[in-house]
Write a protein that binds this ligand. Structure first.
Ligand code: ZN
Length: 131
């Protein structure tokens, strides 16, 4: 376990749990949106020509993108909670060094120290699609 006080751990865990519940609710709401056909038809309107249909597709895809982004964050928060339970929370998954409280307090679900995170993001210039 990284060098965190019990108070810091409790605080970070609480924030992770709050975020976890919040994300689950958001994802559920988004799924409900696309699960209801009437809402989808309202957004798209009556489809008169292929142009209208593609507007509908865009709305649908934007929603999927939102869900993907939320699901990705949920996975990261889940991973952090698992690591808390395992006692490896706060250690960088890439180099094993302590991530440190200053960084964790900004980003409780951080999995890498700042050095490794920058290296990781450079490898994925568009946006991260994995943990
Ligand atoms: Zn590292």
């Amino acid at each position: 376990m990284a060098d965190l006080t019990p108070e810091q751990l409790t605080e970070l865990k609480q924030r992770l749990l709050d975020r976890y519940n919040h994300l689950r609710r958001d994802i559920y709401d988004e799924l409900k949106k696309i699960g209801r056909e009437e809402d989808f038809k309202d957004l798209a309107g009556e489809v008169h020509d292929p142009g209208d249909a593609s507007v509908a597709d865009e709305i649908f895809e934007a929603n999927i993108e939102t869900i993907n982004t939320l699901a990705l964050e949920l996975r990261r928060v889940e991973e952090a909670l698992t690591r808390l339970a395992q006692g490896t929370y706060g250690e960088c998954i890439a180099c094993g060094e302590d991530i440190g409280y200053p960084r964790l307090s900004v980003e409780p679900d951080a999995l890498r120290c700042i050095t490794c995170q920058e290296r990781f993001e450079k490898r994925q210039p568009v946006r991260p699609t994995t943990l």
